[in-house]
Design a protein around this ligand. Structure first.
Ligand SMILES: O=C(O)CCC(=O)C(=O)O
Length: 225
């Protein structure tokens, strides 16, 4: 586990193919942003994403309160996070196709395990990967991730495409949030004492990413079962 004090820290890592130094920023005692950590994996991530979305395309789900989420969602792995009028939950089957969610590509698992380990969480074994697609204007309100069977494993969240403003709050919705700009290739890992921190994403700004166009893709990997 990391035991550095709070505040941005810089590690001398070279995580991307162009040998740009990756930086680790600390958001909490057990919460980190690994800048550029996913960059070497991007070609494999995008190829696997394309295959996954053929089996389980993005859809805009309904919240229990009857609102349509602005973020398009899909899943891969043994369990997928869903929401409808009857609540938030994980399911083994995609409610649209009635089939199991597509398997979690090895590259997702590998990257998530490396990132978790870099942040001090050894042996991360995700069984669920929520895939979020933000088009300009889409946002995610402050929430806690509480539908998992255990809060012991961390959460690993990978950003690709357009930049977004991530909000990382406290244990109460009303706590002040840190504003954390997330760029293509950044990975956020939080767990332990920070596992239940409120978090969200401000409305995505218009833009054109050279590889992904006018969208942001986020992979959120968790151990759900
Ligand atoms: O898109 C993000 O960076 C965060 C996604 C998120 O908070 C979630 O899926 O629970």
């Amino acid at each position: 586990m990391h035991s550095e004090p709070l505040g941005p820290t810089t590690l001398d890592l070279f995580a991307d193919a162009d040998q740009q130094p990756a930086r680790t920023e600390q958001l909490g005692p057990q919460a980190f942003v690994l800048r550029g950590f996913a960059l070497p994996w991007v070609p494999r991530l995008l190829a696997a994403l394309e295959q996954t979305l053929k089996a389980a395309p993005f859809r805009n789900m309904l919240t229990p309160g009857g609102f349509t989420m602005s973020v398009g969602l899909s899943n891969c792995g043994a369990l997928g996070w869903t929401t409808d009028r009857s609540g938030y939950r994980y399911t083994a089957l995609d409610p649209v196709s009635g089939l199991p969610w597509p398997p979690m590509p090895q590259v997702f698992r590998e990257l998530a395990q490396c990132a978790a380990s870099e942040a001090g969480f050894a042996d991360f074994a995700p069984d669920a990967c929520l895939i979020n697609r933000y088009l300009p204007g889409a946002k995610m309100s402050l929430h806690q991730d509480r539908n998992e069977g255990s809060y012991e494993p961390p959460i690993v969240s990978i950003s690709l495409g357009l930049p977004a403003m991530f909000l990382f709050g406290g244990m109460q919705r009303s706590d002040k949030s840190q504003r954390v700009p997330l760029l293509h290739g950044d990975v956020v890992v939080w767990g332990g004492v920070d596992r239940l921190r409120y978090h969200g994403v401000l409305p995505l700004k218009e833009g054109l990413h050279p590889q992904l166009g006018a969208q942001r893709i986020n992979f959120t990997l968790r151990t759900a079962g």
